[in-house]
Design a protein around this ligand. Sequence first.
Ligand code: SF4
Length: 324
Amino acid sequence: MAGKSDIRRNFPWGHSRRFNTYSGYFRKIYGERIQKVSIDAGFTCPNRDGTKGTGGCIFCDSKAFNPSYCRPEKSVRQQIEEGILFHKKRYPGVKSYLAYFQTYSNTYAPLEKLALLWQEALSHPAVAGLIIGTRPDCIDREKILYLKDLSTRHYVSVEYGIESCYNRTLMRINRCHTFEDAVEALKITEEAGLNAGAHFIFGLPGETIDDMLQEARIISHLPLKTVKFHQMQIIKDTVAEKQYLENPSDFKIFEWDEYLDFIIRFLERLNPAIVVERLTGEVPPMYLFSQPWDKKRSDQIVSLVEKRMEELDTWQGRYYVDNE
Ligand code: SF4
C-alpha cells in the first residue's frame, strides 16, 4: 500500500509541494527562481474612460496595488532597473526577471505603441520575458500574432482579469464584459501557443460558496497555464465599499479559518495541470475597509495552507475529474 511519501513523489507537477506552484513552474523552465518586476506604462481602461463604462469595476482602485518604484512618469527601463534593485534586497541571487505590465489594461492601445513598450522591456539584459495584464475585451488577433512572434525568443504570458465565471456576477460588479469574452480571449491566446493566465475573486456579490466551488470545475477546463485567486476585500472609497455598507450580506468576506477551508476544497477540485500563482490578495491595510487577517502576509498564508493540506493529506486535483 502506498504511504504518504509515495503519494508525494507522484504529484503530477514533479515536486512535493501540495499544489502546482508558480515558483516550481519557473524552476522547471529556467532551473532557478525568476522574479517579476511591475511596470505602470500609463494605460487606462475602457471601463473607466467611457468606452465601455465610466465608474470601473466596483472594487477597482489601482493605487492600492502598485509597488513604490512603479510610476507611469518613469520610462519602462527605469522602472525595470528600480524594480530589480528593490527585489535584490529580498532575493539577492535572482538573475532573471519578467517585465510585468500590471496597471490597468496593458493592451489597450494601438499595436505600434505596445510594440515599442514591449521591445523596451525586452531590451533590458536581465529581462527574460513579458507578463501582460489586461481585460479579455482588450485583445485581438493582431496583438496576439505580434506576441506569438516575441514568444519564439522570450517567455510571454497574457494575464486576463476574468474575476468570475458567472455573467450575473460580472454584471453586478460592472465588468462590462462577459464570461464568453473571456473564453474567446483565452481561445485565441491558446491557439497562438501563448501562455494564458487569469485572475479570479472569491466573495463577489451574490455568489455562494457552492457557486465558487463550482467555478473550480469551469476553470479546470479553460485553456489556462496559470491562475491567481484573491479573496474579496473591501477597499476604501470604492463603489464596493458603498455597496457593502448598504448590504453587507451580499458579499462574502471570508474570515481566515473559513478561507483556509474553502481554498483547500477549491484546490482539491482544480485541474492539477494549472499552475497556481496566488491563493490570496494582499492590499496594504491603510487602503482596506474590511479587516485584514491579523496582518498575515501572502507567503505566511501559503505556508499555512500547505501545512493544513499536509495534515489533511490532500493535494490540488484530488477530486478533479478530467471528463466532467
Ligand atoms: S478592468 Fe481592471 S482597470 Fe478596468 S475598471 Fe476593472 S479592475 Fe479597474
